[in-house]
Ligand binder design. Sequence first.
Ligand code: PLP
Length: 404
Amino acid sequence: MQSSSHIPFLDLVTPHMELEEELVAVFRRALRTAGFIGGPMVEEFEHSFAEFCGSTHAVAVNSGTDALRFALMACGVKEGDVVVTVPHTFIATTEAISQAGALPEFVDIDERTYNISVEELARYLKEECTRHKNGKLISTRSNRYVTAIVPVHLYGQVADMDPILALAEEYGLTVIEDACQAHGAEYFSSKMNRWLKAGTIGRAAAFSFYPGKNLGACGEAGAVTTEDPAIAAKIRMLRDHGQAKKYFHDIEGYNGRLDAIQAGLLSVKLAHLAKWNEQRRKRAAEYNRLLAGNDEIILPFEPSWSRAVYHLYVVRVADRDGLMEHLKAAGIGTGIHYPVPLHLQRPYAELNYTRQDLPVASRIAEEIVSLPMFPQLKAEQQALVANEIQVFCKKVEAEQASLA
Ligand SMILES: *Cc1c(COP(=O)(O)O)cnc(C)c1O
């Protein structure tokens, strides 16, 4: 069956057309008040985003990358420290660590959730670190102090935070969430016996509002959430040239502010985020139903302690490139998040990690493919996608049978 209909990987036009009048009104408000940087639209957005997350403070900044860098700095990560994270993430995670002056070190991911492996984290802290006589933790790999862990809530699913927080406490480390893909995702903490939202679990958390994220600006934007007023105040300084009062600088900071137009646009879209996340969860359940029982494909795994918001719907298949080509020929868009894990990327060559050091992240990068996923995706479109996947898998099975 040849399908002529085009099913995009992501549709960023429809949601903006649906909200066009409200979004344009934001531009008018900014033009008429000339309030372009800071001001009430930024404060309104910070207030409503903190409320959405259930956090005490939200500080809006110019990107998710700077949100993470400022969060690390405000949490006390210093020049020369080691920050532990995963290799299976977008490079912004490690860029922020390096830009805060620290060195990233990698722990492998869990084969089922694709988030940081708690067993590997425990093993790293126990076997690849030693305690200095001053009590601080030292990485034997780099001979530097390990001070923080950055779990990444990848694809919209929160990492297994209870054991991560327990390990962090045992070893005296700070936990900063990379929640850039997880606006509204939830985690059931057995320890606290309640559901917690991404962004309220670590000491601080970074969010991105890059256009393609579950909550996206019409440009660049990000935010840090935290319960700690001192951290929030520090980030307000860092984003604004180190000043709490204009032209009186306590430290050297950055130009990391969010502009008012983006904040206003984000406030309009935030009102729809809970509904959009619910639609993503429905779409994910529909894919799960349509693709169930197909042995060639590994579907996303959502543990009972997780309510994921499916920023991406990622499956694994042996002949990933073959499947992508097949879907492309059928007019179906896909993506790979991400094709090369960070430990095998050029900027991190000098860290000397091999494929064998981080086997799960190394292997799954060759098998993952992200299927079309966005709130406005229709059930009929998903049926077409699933049908093309079944056609491809039958073809592969037939080829294997003829070889046998
Ligand atoms: C998008 C993203 C970032 C960076 O956000 P920007 O707003 O693009 O700077 C960081 N980490 C992860 C996991 C992301 O997906």
